[in-house]
Design a protein around this ligand. Structure first.
Ligand SMILES: Cc1cc2nc3c(=O)[nH]c(=O)nc-3n(C[C@H](O)[C@H](O)[C@H](O)COP(=O)(O)O)c2cc1C
Length: 232
């Protein structure tokens, strides 16, 4: 048993005013890139591109795990995985997903909601071929998310594959079941923690069908994005 009720980490010395006027851009991807650059420069997070990826089955049973974002473009966020893993199967039957980045040193997080699609085989191959051989073998050594009897099963397979693909002139082919997913976002929330716990939350979304622009609550973003402040 562990009573964690007094685990409290005060946000001292945070002075990251974050209002509409502090947005680096009214395009959410560009705003994301600006925050990403800040956390990269901060250097206190080893993998700032690590993101939680939440998926759900067709009937809505959720699951979440960490993956690495490998590309950010105006289209969205790309990660690579085994298409036959739990997440791969869930995304196949339900392409809706949510991403969450948390950058503790800057007390910032970004939540993204979007729809995934598989990237082209050529693009997946291009990335697969750019990876170190060890990572390529890592991608084929395991039938990700399947039940196995023991650790030795993986170790034995790794040893066999290293022998098979060990030579410098031998290349590891990308398996069909491995590749990238592009998350095309339709909603973002940029969260900035504040010392007084009145945290700043700024949301980008698109108007839903039939919804009209509300000048008191909404600010126009780039393209068809609208920007709103959420209560902390
Ligand atoms: C920091 C970190 C980065 C990871 N990056 C990836 C990744 O890019 N792709 C991936 O398939 N799994 C990655 N994993 C492993 C996943 O979290 C997860 O264990 C695995 O993909 C199986 O998930 P699933 O059973 O939900 O499909 C990473 C784990 C951590 C902790």
């Amino acid at each position: 048993m562990a009573d964690l009720s007094d685990m409290r980490h005060p946000y001292h010395g945070i002075d990251f005013k974050f209002d509409m006027s502090d947005l680096a851009s009214r395009d959410p991807i560009k705003q994301f890139e600006a925050w990403f650059e800040d956390i990269r420069k901060n250097k206190k997070v080893e993998e700032p591109n690590a993101m939680a990826l939440a998926t759900a089955t067709r009937s809505g049973i959720p699951s979440v795990r960490i993956v690495l974002c490998k590309n950010i473009s105006p289209e969205g966020f790309t990660f690579f995985t085994n298409y036959e893993s739990k997440k791969g199967k869930e995304l196949e039957e339900n392409p809706q997903c949510s991403l969450m980045f948390y950058w503790e040193p800057l007390k910032r997080s970004v939540r993204i909601e979007g729809k995934v699609e598989k990237i082209s085989t050529d693009k997946s191959k291009e990335y697969f071929n750019s990876r170190p051989k060890e990572s390529q073998i890592g991608a084929i050594v395991s039938n990700q998310s399947t039940v196995i009897p023991d650790r030795q099963t993986l170790d034995r397979k790794l040893k066999d594959l290293k022998e098979q693909y060990g030579g410098d002139d031998v290349t590891v082919p990308k398996p069909d079941y491995w590749g990238g997913f592009l998350v095309r976002p339709y909603q973002f929330e940029f969260w900035q923690g504040q010392t007084n716990r009145l945290h700043d939350r700024i949301q980008f979304r698109k108007l839903s069908d039939g919804e009209t622009f509300n000048e008191t609550l909404m600010v126009k973003g780039e393209g068809d994005w609208i920007i709103e402040r959420l209560s902390s």
